[in-house]
Design a protein around this ligand. Sequence first.
Ligand SMILES: *Cc1c(COP(=O)(O)O)cnc(C)c1O
Length: 388
Amino acid sequence: MTSFDPKMMTSPSRESLTAQAMHAIDAATGAVIPPIHPATTFARDADNQLIGETDYRRPAGPNEFQAARVLAMLEGAPEAKLFASGMAAIAAVVESVPTDGHVVAQSEMYYGAKALLQRAAAKGRITLDLVSPGDTAALKAACKPGTDLVWIESPANPSWAIVDIAASAEIAHAAGATLAIDSTCAPPCTTQALSLGADIVMHSATKYINGHSDVLAGVLATRELNDRWAKITEIHTRTGAIPGAFETWLMLRGLRTLWVRFARQSETAMFLAEKLSGHPALDAVLYPGLPSHPGHAIAARQMTDGFGGLFSLRLKGGYDAARKLASGTKLFIQATSVGGVESLIEHRKPIEGPASPTPDDLVRVSVGLERAEDLLADLEQALAPAQG
Ligand SMILES: *Cc1c(COP(=O)(O)O)cnc(C)c1O
């Protein structure tokens, strides 16, 4: 395979390099698409030197190295690592916090990540403070000298609250903490969190990065090759929570169309959010692309190539109206997850459970690649009963 050339990071563009998976031409055959390498072990030469980049597939084989290079290029990172899921990537960051380390996270964030942190806190492994997403004053008050990790998520699932990454980095760094961000809903084609000051950026690649609802994977990328990254690298290698070669290959295939998918999904979501604003059955349309969204100005700064395909609707008719909307669509599929090519709709409260701060009346929408007018017509017909 063509080896990575750092010159390629600025020219041609990241978009062009993504489309070609950084010239992933197979040197042995000229195949334009890289082969799948299921091998778990790799031969050495007569001098006992590695022939390729690795001797064993935990932590990475040729497909994982290639995908990690593309992701590192996209993030402007010196290095990225692939995990078996977004949660496995989050678990590695949590594991890197020393015993009794202080973590500040968000009261509203991906519920699985919050549960993982709360579990570590309940066992006395870490101490944990939660602050409202985007409340920089509360974040500043919660961080104290010696805080180990600040974990943010922007846009925050499912209200799409926007967190100022640069301001959070300043606060975290003043306390001596590492700033990690779950940027799953703002993939690197629109937000480069590391260049805004984040130390670690995490993605559930299950979502936009793969984009086809057929791979479970996670990513971490680092701004610097520092002690934190060395710890995470060790955890990655020792725990072996890595994706399979086929999953990695599929992910790299999906990743090649990230820019065009995200642009179309952003465009359609903006169209739908605008058309649905003021709908008589709705209390609110939560979408960072709308100027009425409280985080819009910050989102416009840190989401440079689109606000994404995710928005939420709050229904005047409460829980029951939300139930009816989510089960009344014909084109939108009632299913969990986000960022795929098929549009999904979900009533979040019954999924997240009674402890979740998500309101009863909230329906989350993930826009895929169907025609915008078809999606609008579907939402309008499903909202009609709620109009009364
Ligand atoms: C899905 C998701 C995760 C978890 O990722 P998995 O790949 O499902 O383990 C974490 N954060 C956000 C924002 C997500 O949407």
